[in-house]
Design a protein around this ligand. Structure first.
Ligand code: NAD
Length: 374
């Protein structure tokens, strides 16, 4: 079990702190053309990205981040709302031929302007949109959580593989230097072996009618939405996937949270004897941290999961502080550079699938009151 979990993690994670180069910053652009199953179309031009779903994240983070990338450009949009098409066309100078809706996006197959399709729709639509993009012959970057079931995650992996393209999951913290330093500190043993991780991410959710509170579209509540950050943080620090989980959920407002959990606490057990205690909620603000307790000291991030303003600390008083990059720009540049170089992404669909399997095990553990092995 332990060897399997470690091997699987290394195969799918190629974790940054374990030595994966910071591809976004060291890309050497080549001019020759060559095709490989992973991409490998080496070119000087930035890759064209199509954004699918022009909601909050696309509007406020991803489109502005695309303007800061080195290897990417906003080439196309997919939206079901004609008014958004008009506004985005004007703001980002997008030609009519590169504006699609969910029913026409298969026509991207004929559009050489588009290399990568970035899926930014509600969780339970990720598979449908990823598969359409793969069938059109495009690489896919898909937001977290990958989907709402392992079967749908597997279908996404299969479709992208069949198309001979790459699939990456939008795990932005993997491209954030404070999180990478947490992993490096843990794995270097600088403060001794890490034994316990504590991590939490939650917020007070507003509008009771939004898709995040509907099981059919979200696949669950805060665990799917933001608890996944604590899972990812623990995996980065532990350097492997968990082998068992236990969990409890609680609810104070059964009307608003009739469809999904309100608060979830969960424990992850790793084969290297690290335990992680995590919490996530839609009920209160202010929980946003990750801490690693090692044999000779501790280190952590508070807040840990913001788009910027992350603050790190070490118990020995040394600095844990870096310039704050745009995490989305780094994430997209990294994927583009992998495609250009024909190298596999460090955040592949297999990692997204493994995490969805863990999230489903956490729900099972909360439902049954039992520890669930992975
Ligand atoms: P949002 O509600 O603001 O946007 C969702 C978009 O999908 C909207 O434009 C909406 O019109 C469109 N859509 C298409 N079909 C829909 C349907 N049937 N029902 C509802 N909306 C539909 O959501 P968001 O906050 O932009 O989140 C989108 C995705 O991005 C989610 O998977 C979420 O988990 C992820 N996300 C990731 C981060 C991050 O930091 N990486 C942050 C926020 C959201």
């Amino acid at each position: 079990m332990s060897h399997h979990s470690r091997r699987e993690f290394l195969r799918t994670a190629a974790i940054a702190a374990a030595g994966a180069p910071y591809l976004g910053s060291i890309l050497s652009r080549r001019e020759e053309s060559s095709d490989s199953p992973l991409g490998g179309r080496r070119q000087q031009k930035p890759l064209g990205f199509a954004l699918v779903g022009l909601g909050s994240l696309s509007t406020n983070q991803i489109a502005p981040a695309l303007q800061k990338t080195k290897n990417c450009r906003l080439a196309a949009i997919v939206t079901g709302t004609p008014a958004k098409a008009v506004a985005w066309k004007a703001k980002y100078n997008i030609p009519d031929a590169n504006i699609y809706n969910y029913d026409t996006m298969h026509q991207m197959a004929d559009n050489k302007d588009i290399d990568v399709v970035y899926i930014v729709t509600p969780n339970a639509l990720h598979a449908e949109h990823t598969i359409k993009a793969a069938k059109a012959g495009k690489h896919v970057l898909c937001e977290k959580p990958m989907e709402v079931s392992t079967a749908k995650c597997q279908a996404m992996i299969d479709a992208v593989k069949k198309a001979g393209r790459q699939l990456a999951i939008g795990y932005r913290c993997r491209f954030e230097p404070h999180h990478r330093e947490m992993a490096r500190l843990a794995q270097s043993g600088e403060l001794g072996d890490v034994r316990i991780i504590e991590s939490g991410f939650g917020f007070q959710i507003g509008d009771p009618t939004q898709w995040r509170l509907k099981h059919a579209l979200a696949g669950g509540g805060p665990l799917m939405d933001v608890g996944i950050y604590s899972l990812q943080s623990a995996e980065m620090i532990a350097g492997q996937y968990p082998i068992a989980v236990s969990a409890m959920s609680s609810k104070t407002d059964p009307v608003k949270f009739k469809d999904v959990e309100e608060t979830m606490t969960f424990e992850l057990k790793f084969a290297n004897k690290i335990s992680a205690y995590c919490s996530t909620t839609y009920k209160v603000n202010g929980i946003n941290r990750t801490t690693a307790f090692a044999e000779r000291g501790s280190f952590g991030l508070t807040p840990a999961f913001n788009y910027d303003g992350i603050k790190g600390w070490r118990s020995d008083g040394k600095e844990l502080r870096f310039d704050q990059p745009d995490q989305f720009a780094n994430e997209m540049d990294d994927f583009a550079s992998c495609i250009m170089a024909g190298k596999p992404t460090s955040v592949p669909g297999e990692m997204g699938l493994r995490d969805v399997r863990t999230l489903m095990a956490i729900y099972e553990a909360a439902r049954t009151g039992r520890t669930v092995a992975l």
